[in-house]
Design a protein around this ligand. Structure first.
Ligand code: HSE
Length: 303
């Protein structure tokens, strides 16, 4: 028996939607689970030099957590991972690993948990819902957490905007952990800053829903996390400005960074090149990803 789990990359926050909004992207990790005599991990692609292959591997630990929660013995397995989501990049690689472990274990154990329960558990492991929810559901997802339970709502996009939004992600060649990026945040914010974000987060969802890039450009600003994080990303602020000068409608830190995400009506090499250039001027080479939104989320298939 093989279980194949596919999880998309995600971009969380989308400017003002800190810990609330996230978008699934068409860039996937695919993992095959096979029963074995002991736990083992093989990684191809992104993160192969950094991902632990022992029992502290995130996929194995998340799988074991699910088994513990449902009170079942987890049979040992081998996982073969083909990874396209770069690690510590702001594209949801840790959410993808956790969901891979949870969905793999759930399939191995005869599906004791519903998708909703998997989402609650993944959010507990991750600490916030804005990567795991879109990774599981696909598309643009708005989430809230109440008493440890997640309410995640996939925004129904109007399909009368026929030119899908083009997404450019530029990733500088240094790692920034989410932990480090969260440690930079203040404990308290002013009412003015809270209002700035609430008003814009609503308009960002509306801009995506209707494909209104002009509105996205006006609404995608933030006062709650980006001002505190940009100093951790040399060239980050300049990359956001360069994207807009080169024709992008909007730009933001993707998740907790260090990648910068830009949105435009169509693929424009000028946008990605301008962003990469400013990172290079700040001393870091950068990788460019041209992406689309993924309308569907995680899949687990048993064969
Ligand atoms: N909302 C989270 C943060 C996303 O910004 O810290 C981390 O991927």
């Amino acid at each position: 028996m093989h279980i194949t789990v596919r999880i998309p990359a995600t971009s969380a926050n989308l400017g003002p939607g800190f810990d609330s909004l996230g978008l699934a992207l068409d860039l996937w990790n695919e993992t095959i689970f096979t029963l074995a005599i002991e736990y083992s991990v093989q990684v191809h692609g992104e993160g192969r030099e950094r991902i632990s292959s022992g029992e502290n591997n995130l996929i194995i630990r998340s799988a074991q957590r699910l088994a513990e929660l449902v009170g079942k013995r987890l049979p040992p397995f081998h996982v073969d991972c083909v990874n396209h989501i770069p690690l510590s990049s702001g594209l949801g690689s840790s959410a993808a690993a956790k969901l891979t472990g949870l969905l793999g274990a759930n399939a191995l154990l005869g599906k004791p948990l519903s998708k909703k329960e998997i989402l609650d558990l993944a959010t507990e492991l991750e600490g916030h819902p804005d990567n795991v929810a879109p990774a599981l559901l696909g598309g643009l997802v708005a989430s809230m957490v109440q008493d440890g339970k997640v309410l995640a709502h996939k925004i129904h996009l109007e399909d009368n905007h026929d030119s899908p939004i083009h997404i450019t992600v530029v990733l500088p060649d240094f790692h920034l952990s989410t932990q480090q990026a969260r440690a930079a945040l203040p404990e308290h914010v002013t009412l003015k800053d809270a209002v700035h974000n609430i008003s814009r987060a609503v308009l960002v969802t509306e801009a995506f829903r209707t494909g209104n890039l002009e509105l996205l450009g006006k609404a995608m600003t933030d006062t709650l996390h980006q001002p505190y994080r940009l100093w951790l990303i040399p060239g980050g602020r300049e990359a956001m400005d360069a994207a807009k000068e080169a024709g992008a409608s909007a730009a933001a830190i993707s998740g907790a960074g260090p990648s910068i995400i830009a949105f435009s009506a169509k693929r424009e090499e000028a946008i990605s090149e301008a962003m990469a250039r400013v990172f290079e001027e700040a001393g870091h080479s950068a990788r460019i990803f041209h992406l689309k939104m993924s309308h569907h989320g995680a899949e687990a298939q048993i064969r």
